[in-house]
Write a new protein. Structure first.
Length: 224
């Protein structure tokens, strides 16, 4: 069943991609143009059917055509609502694909997250932006500040494909995502500290401390 769902999902994604390409390239991606296009298709369909049978059928069977017109209005309304919902979903989404995890196996306490932090992290796992920034308090060795590296490991495990190899614009998007989603000990994330910490974290992957951090994160996510 799962394989069938995956295949059907891929097929639907291809259809939606082709449809979006057609709408954007041929119709301009404009909602008004889309409605105009659907109305023209409907009129051409009615004329074609009437021509095949005879034009008198347009008068004789007008209740059927009125019903089809009503169905078209409903279809246009649904399309408009669907695309409006897509724009709202895009605004609410953070743009990163997350691994599927069993939330019942997750041990939030290992990262020191309170109830509000857990709820916001669950929003992130669902692909949504947080309503309120998560206050991340797990400290570094000195205990003076929250540990950026734990966050890097966390999302290296959560984001499909990881973040170790992200570069350029995608890396900047990841940094912005962290800044929009987290506080470090109640303070906004410092962009400069974030960049330098990320660079040093990438080069320290084989060190014992980095391996221990990854082991902790995997335990928290229920992967270990």
């Amino acid at each position: 069943m799962e394989k069938l769902i995956q295949n059907a999902g891929r097929a639907l994604a291809k259809v939606r991609t082709a449809t979006n390409d057609f709408l954007n390239e041929r119709i301009g991606g404009n909602r008004r143009n889309l409605i105009f296009f659907l109305v023209c298709v409907y009129i051409l369909f009615i004329l074609f059917v009437s021509a095949v049978i005879n034009f008198r059928s347009l008068i004789d069977h007008y209740p059927i055509y009125l019903g089809l017109l009503f169905a078209l209005v409903l279809a246009i309304f649904w399309v408009a609502v669907f695309y409006e919902s897509e724009s709202h979903m895009a605004k609410d989404g953070h743009g990163f694909v997350m691994e599927r995890l069993k939330r019942s196996r997750m041990k939030y306490h290992l990262l020191g997250l309170d109830l509000d932090g857990r709820k916001e992290l669950e929003r992130i796992l669902l692909g949504r932006n947080v309503n309120n920034k998560i206050n991340f308090t797990m400290g570094n060795k000195s205990g003076e500040s929250a540990n950026h590296r734990i966050l890097f490991v966390l999302f290296d495990e959560l984001i499909v494909g990881g973040v170790t190899e992200v570069t350029g614009e995608r890396k900047q998007e990841f940094f912005q995502f962290l800044q929009n989603s987290f506080l470090m000990n109640g303070e906004p994330i410092n962009p400069n500290t974030l960049k330098s910490s990320f660079s040093s974290w990438k080069t320290d992957q084989e060190k014992t401390n980095s391996k221990n951090q990854r082991k902790l994160v995997k335990q928290m996510l229920g992967k270990a």
